[in-house]
Design a protein around this ligand. Sequence first.
Ligand SMILES: Cc1cc2nc3c(=O)[nH]c(=O)nc-3n(C[C@H](O)[C@H](O)[C@H](O)COP(=O)(O)OP(=O)(O)OC[C@H]3O[C@@H](n4cnc5c(N)ncnc54)[C@H](O)[C@@H]3O)c2cc1C
Length: 470
Amino acid sequence: MDKFELKVSGALEHIIHLPDSAQYNVLLRSTFSLVPSTEELPRPLAFVQPTSVADVQLVTQWAQKEKLPLCVRVGGHDSLRRSTLGGTVVIDLTALNEIEILLDEHSGATSDGLKPAGTAKIGGGTLTGNLLAALKAQGCMVPTAAAESVGHAGWAMLGGYSCMSGVLGMGVDQIVGATLVTANGDVVTVSESKNPDLLWGVRGGGGNFGIVVELEIKIYKIEKFLAGGLVFDSQDISSTVTNFLTAYSNLQSSPEMPAGFYGLIGVVNIPKLGKTLVFTYVWLSEDRTGETAWREKMKSLGGVKCIMDAVTEVDACQLVANMSKVAPYGVYGMFKSVNVSGDALRHEDFLKIAVQNIDQMPGLPGCALTIQQYRPPVTSNVESQAVWGPREPHHMLLLIGTSPDEHHPRLQESIDWVDNFEASLRDIILAKSYSPFSFKIDLGSGEEKFRSLKEKWDPEGMWSNAIPGI
Ligand SMILES: Cc1cc2nc3c(=O)[nH]c(=O)nc-3n(C[C@H](O)[C@H](O)[C@H](O)COP(=O)(O)OP(=O)(O)OC[C@H]3O[C@@H](n4cnc5c(N)ncnc54)[C@H](O)[C@@H]3O)c2cc1C
């Protein structure tokens, strides 16, 4: 379809990039997950880069009138490339990146920072790295994705696991309000008191009801905390994994788990060391009583010896910058995510499958397994406040088989490894999985309400490409 067929005129001409433009080709390949040059890339009809809410309204009304399918993109991290679909008009929101920090003197936040100290209103196109830098300037932080280039709204609205979520809660539970441009181009605000049903839907349903031009999130007064990797002796990776996971799983269910502590398990390929178990240790609380003893306990958990302790005082910007190095932008290959039950890590059937698959993991830096625990928040009622699930205790496993080199001779082996690992977990995975890495999503008991909201706010299916799809 060319410019004439797309019927572009007026203000739209200044923000649209059609297939014959240089910017179109730049935007086409600006996604985290790339497609080998041997494959034909699905080609959107056009990219649009709005710079204001009025621009977003204009594009939406135009697309509705012309009956054009839409896609919304910010960080371009959807690993299944669902934010750059062929045959759609892709709305790139990255210019909507304003951040307003609203500290609340009466918030009752304590010096340990674990209670919100106010909120931030962020543009729907704000990236993680920019958000953390703005908050740092005010001595604050929020839980975020593990990479600076992830769109914060896309991360938070679709669930939002982070290495702080066991302490501060999931990304979805930080959302207190939003402003949407709906299918007919109206601007609608949502909060606990205004359109609360829509707030429930945005918390897990993301862009299913409109383009989120602004999100209001809780913020925390935490400047510095302790975080970093504990690297474990993995010469015998099978027994290291078995012993550590069993002991960690037992610890997770014990009352001695400190409130300000959380962690992320990873099995990664480290040059010279090979397959190695790394535990990303986070102690968020300013109260460090007992921290040294706790870390020592972690360093010999399950009788596995820690060979490097890189835990140090950091701010959230530094932590995420370090984690971003592990996942540089632009890779080829496969990501998949599955959830297993909260106590799976100590079960023999799970351990057997995990160990077998880790044994077969290709020795490439882009291949890894990460395991993140979902710990239900102390505050009750979250289940009824969001369509996002699952809320039962679980672990989110991320199976990563990638390479920055599209011609790497072992790339296909890495992709097959992810597929086979997922298939071997078939009998023990939970029905509910994580939407950013899954095609099929089970909304459980929220499905009926979600569908009726969809009918009310998106009767013509303008946002049918949103994630999760139903
Ligand atoms: C390297 C990497 C690291 C990651 N780290 C984590 C992590 O630590 N924890 C975690 O939970 N997840 C993580 N993810 C998953 C990531 O959070 C999701 O894929 C998220 O949706 C990405 O948002 P994005 O804007 O970057 O991606 P995009 O591909 O641009 O957007 C994904 C989808 O989100 C929706 N969307 C985004 N913004 C808006 C908006 N403002 N309005 C309406 N719809 C919108 C759209 O449907 C869009 O198709 C990671 C992914 C990668 C590739």
